[in-house]
Design a binder for this molecule. Structure first.
Ligand code: 5GP
Length: 190
């Protein structure tokens, strides 16, 4: 049985920990969850689509959004801005839809301050070496961007204690099952 208050699932992870793949798997299997498409000022990567992976917007629009309160949370991550639309989140919650947010630690803390019942999940890579090789083989980031991301990783990993759940993405199929199990344990709670 599904409870009648919407759940907010927040997933954070260092870049390359496999979060995007995990989120896609969850959204494929659990049809009742709405993915929160963030806005960002970074350029689309190969294969990314505007309005699907992100809403890609100019930096001027993003900054204007900060002034006008457009973002329920926002952060500067690896030199780009990312934010979640307050209107989008409020509409989803009002219609009772569970929401999945793929956001960084700074954003997760802002959301949990406003919505303390949020279910926070941190995804860890098996090791830093594996993380580096995943980022390199992804082939979508420059060496400079990879270095920037790796420097940020250790700091991000220190924050894992702030999350309710931690999943180590060692074997993808296990991590997917674990994530789905966590989400289902809340959506079946009355
Ligand atoms: P990427 O550029 O690799 O897609 O994402 C970089 C980081 O930004 C990831 O940690 C991702 O979770 C985070 N991110 C994506 N969207 C948002 C958002 O709306 N708000 C915040 N705070 N972080 C976001």
């Amino acid at each position: 049985m599904k409870n009648n208050t919407a759940n907010l699932y927040i997933i954070s992870a260092p870049s390359g920990a496999g979060k995007t793949t995990l989120c896609r798997a969850v959204l494929d299997r659990l049809k009742d969850i709405t993915y929160s498409v963030s806005c960002t000022t970074r350029s689309p990567r190969r294969g990314e689509h505007d309005g699907v992976d992100y809403n890609f917007i100019p930096i001027e629009d993003f900054k204007k959004g900060i002034e006008t309160g457009r973002w329920v949370e926002w952060a500067e991550v690896y030199g780009n801005y990312y934010g979640t639309s307050a209107e989008f989140l409020d509409n989803c919650l009002a219609s009772g839809n569970d929401i999945l947010l793929d956001i960084d630690v700074q954003g997760a803390m802002q959301i949990t301050e406003r919505y303390p019942d949020s279910i926070t999940i941190f995804i860890l890579p098996p090791s830093l070496d594996i993380l580096r090789s995943r980022l390199e083989s992804r082939g979508t980031d420059s060496e400079q961007s990879i270095v920037k991301r790796l420097v940020a990783v250790e700091k991000e990993m220190e924050k894992k204690g702030l999350y309710r759940h931690v999943i180590i993405n060692d074997k993808l199929s296990n991590a997917i099952s674990e994530l789905i199990e966590i989400i289902e344990s809340y959506s079946h709670r009355c």
